[in-house]
Design a protein around this ligand. Structure first.
Ligand code: GLV
Ligand code: MN
Ligand code: MN
Length: 407
């Protein structure tokens, strides 16, 4: 096998750079981020690229084109992970591209464009609660206020970046101009390709997302003495609100998904205290921005109703919005031709997950190649899996695309 076995072995190696014992967690601007990035840069150089960290902690590799003034085409995905992650989310899109360059270089083949592979520093947003940091910077959409975001120890992104060796003042210059295309490969993170027996597919569009933080404030009190009627329990109120998110989206499963991913009693709670304050997050997604926005507004007023009825207050703070992003039609058909050239049925499918490609779509025609995800399509979970055979086909498809693409 030309690519697949090596890619899976490299993914195993990267999974060893984890800040948690016994599980994979790698967040932005940590020593493990540096080690993983350095390893990726070594592989990029071995493959024939110039490579190194940029001022924000992305690793950028460049394989020069067949002439100095050739335009650039970029690919890549993220090297950070969620907490207790699988090992292919993000990483596969970096490794498959390095494998393509390695093959081109071994054959002495240059392309009519410079090919850039980016290992984005933070797509998941685990540490600072700010997502798509690396790709936003390349798209020229990094907002200076993001530098003031704090991790749970109170460290600002700005201070962590400086300690990492990055430079906040250089971020505006990371904006890319004149990219001819951005094409990201990624595991599907769902069951569609698996259920249909297909190794790869072409993404049609990436769902949009809206996120909000909620703080429910009730009245803390003694668990043994406060009578049940009249309690203003923030936890039971917040629980009803979380169920409201589920029932709103569950009643429209074709259009909406919604998740309460964080949910905590302030201070951690105590066994003998009625919870006085609870915080939770809401993540709503849809392929249709108008559907998602209306649902978010309906949800907010419904949660306020619950708060009134239960005698608690609700502070609602939307903190993130990403519009749905269609993939470029021309690039989709180029990827489809490369899939068909491998004798594989062409399946188009939308992406429910967010990706760095959404940001790059603001500055370049964008497309995505999905690869089958095993174990029922599970992701954001250590059970996430893919096969060497699928990594092989996906890499060969990407290589075919690159060798036939004319900017
Ligand atoms: C990224 O994985 C996201 O879709 O939240
Ligand atoms: Mn992810
Ligand atoms: Mn991802």
């Amino acid at each position: 096998m030309k690519f697949g076995t090596r890619i899976l072995a490299q993914a195993d190696r990267l999974a060893s750079f984890s800040e948690d014992e016994g599980r994979l967690t790698r967040t932005y601007l940590t020593p493990r981020h540096r080690e993983a990035g350095e390893q990726i840069a070594v592989w990029m150089r071995e493959a024939g690229m110039e490579a190194g960290f940029d001022a924000l902690g992305n690793v950028v590799g460049r394989y020069a084109g067949d002439r100095p003034d050739a335009p650039a085409v970029a690919t890549g995905s993220h090297m950070d992970t969620v907490v207790d992650a699988g090992r292919y989310d993000g990483i596969f899109g970096i490794l498959t591209a390095i494998a393509c360059v390695r093959d081109l270089h071994a054959r002495g083949r240059r392309l009519p464009f410079a090919f850039e592979v980016v290992a984005f520093c933070d797509e998941e947003g685990v540490r600072f609660g700010v997502t798509l940091i690396g790709s936003r910077a390349l798209a020229g959409r990094f907002e200076p206020s993001m530098l003031e975001a704090r991790d749970r120890d109170g460290v600002t992104l700005r201070d962590a970046l400086i300690a990492f060796g990055g430079d906040p003042d250089v971020i505006p210059s990371l904006q890319r101009k004149g990219l001819a295309a951005f094409v990201e490969s990624h595991i599907e993170q769902g069951p569609v390709l698996l259920d249909e027996g297909l190794p790869v597919g072409v993404v049609t569009s990436i769902a949009g997302a809206g996120r909000a933080r909620a703080r429910v404030t009730g009245m803390a009190g003694h668990a043994g003495t406060v009578p049940m009627p009249g309690r203003r329990d923030a936890l039971t109120a917040a629980s009803e609100m979380a169920l409201a998110v589920e029932s709103l989206c569950g009643s429209r499963p074709q259009e909406l998904v919604g998740t309460v991913g964080k949910f905590a009693v302030a201070g951690g709670g105590a066994v003998n205290v009625i919870p006085g304050s609870v915080e939770f997050t809401v993540d709503l997604r849809s392929g249709e921005d108008t559907v998602r926005r209306r649902a978010m507004a309906d949800l907010e007023s419904h949660l306020h109703e619950i708060a009134r009825r239960r005698g608690v207050t609700l502070a609602w703070e939307p903190f993130f919005e990403m519009k749905a992003m269609p993939c470029d039609a021309g690039l989709q058909s180029a990827l489809a031709s490369s899939i068909a050239a491998h004798g594989v049925k062409v399946r188009h499918l939308p992406s429910g997950a967010g990706h760095d490609a959404m940001e790059l779509a603001h500055i370049a025609p964008m497309a995505m190649l999905f690869v089958r995800c095993g174990a029922g399509g599970i992701s954001h979970n250590p059970l996430e899996t893919m096969t060497a055979e699928d990594a092989e086909i996906a890499t060969s498809v990407l290589l075919h695309f690159l060798e036939n693409f004319r900017p």
